[in-house]
Write a protein that binds this ligand. Sequence first.
Ligand code: NAP
Ligand code: G3H
Length: 485
Amino acid sequence: MFQYIKENENYKNLINGQWIGTEDFIKIKCPYKNLILGSIPKMKTEDIDKVISSAKEAQKNWSSIGVNERAKILHKAASLLEANCDYLSKILMMEIGKDINSSISEVKRTADFIRFTADAGKNLEGETISADNFPGFKKNKISFAQRVPLGVVLAISPFNYPINLSASKIAPALIGGNSVILKPPTQGAISALHLVKIFQEAGIPDGVINTVTGKSSQIGDYIVTHPDINFINFTGSSQVGKHIAKVAGMVPMMMELGGKDAAIVLSDADLADAADEIVSGAFSYSGQRCTAIKRVIAEESIADDLASLILEGVKKLTVGSPEEGSTITPLIDTAAADFVEELIDDAITKGAVMLHGNKRSENTLYPTLFDKVTSDMRIAWEEPFGPVLPIIRVKDKFEAITLANKSEYGLQSCVFTKNINDAFYIANKLEVGAVQINNKSERGPDNFPFSGVKSSGMGTQGIKYSIEAMTRLKSIVLTIDSCES
Ligand code: NAP
Ligand code: G3H
């Protein structure tokens, strides 16, 4: 059984094939019990130059290894991940407070993701284009366009999926022939370092995968603006994403950011089904998902009935420890819990009808449901990243669309109705990356295109799309002399 890192130890970063520590460390605490899980290196800017130069050098050989060979290594990594699922899911649970069942799912989903990516890489194709279809060019010029790697990919992942959202950058980058520098979230770094160890064990050559940990305020700008970074693949908050986009300048990037996904419920919907989807969509992992349903927009005529059904579901949610498999667990830190409480207090002060919740025990926020939320309340617009759900009442589908689109975010939305014409009408009008019909918002399956518009991001994630984003078409043009003259 693979056991690189044990609890309560000083972890190291992988740099050019060696696990290297530093003098300064950051302590990682368990979010739900009084336990230090270990410490991660607090790297300085001067350490980062070494990481980037080794990634740059190693990428040259890696890109010349055939895709088939790269795919074999990824398959091995997927198998190792699965073989160590029990151990890894416990580390994940203890580090980010995700309930044990969801932690196991995250690890298994990641193994599937890596396998699918390895196979998708083998199916990447270029194209040949003849010049004679453009005016003024003759038939004897041909472009051979092939996908080539970009170089060094900087992957920055968020705390809520430190294994899955690190691997969903690493695997497509690697199969595309890039080298990778992973900057994991501080809270989540231990899980992510385990993942990287697995890639190393599987046979990724020295320097092709590297890690950087430390205080983002000290090293963040340095790494994202480094001239030898060829692509930034970032998932996290809109605030940090926008900052990176501003400072990084002309480097290609993919940004998967925050959301305020709406569940629009029309009067003809199956309300019981809609309520089930809404409760699980809004409250799983205590709402700490970018795709969580973060507002319900309900037609007035069914709003009372819908609110009662959602309330029934909310009352059944389990609150407690991730180890017991509870859905509602302590939030990632006190600042996160304070922020959610602020939004709840604001809604109460401004007259929202509280149907359930508004109870806090340390960093556990009990699931909170508001009805009759109005546009002057912060909870109507801001992303809580916690277990609080507002219901906003509208007179019809047109008002629902207007309200949904007023958000600064545009990740996903859902429409609940039995009328396929209404479903497509609304879906076409919503300014988001994807619309789910009669289903909660969610990223998976991971081969689907996943993207956000407005403050929710740019670029498209999803296995094939991620590989395409981290490779480019390079053309070699052949001019053939005519044999007829
Ligand atoms: P975050 O605070 O923005 O952090 C995300 C990552 O960026 C972490 O690794 C963080 O490192 C790093 N970082 C912070 N400042 C940086 C800087 N100046 N330069 C470089 N890196 C920097 O987000 P989070 O709290 O981890 O995650 C929650 C947010 O992510 C929510 O808004 C959620 O909606 C969004 N999210 C979006 C998606 C999506 O696919 N659309 C998926 C998951 C999460 P440190 O931890 O060391 O600060
Ligand atoms: O938190 C953001 C993730 O991309 C959401 O993924 O819909 O599978 O929970 P999920």
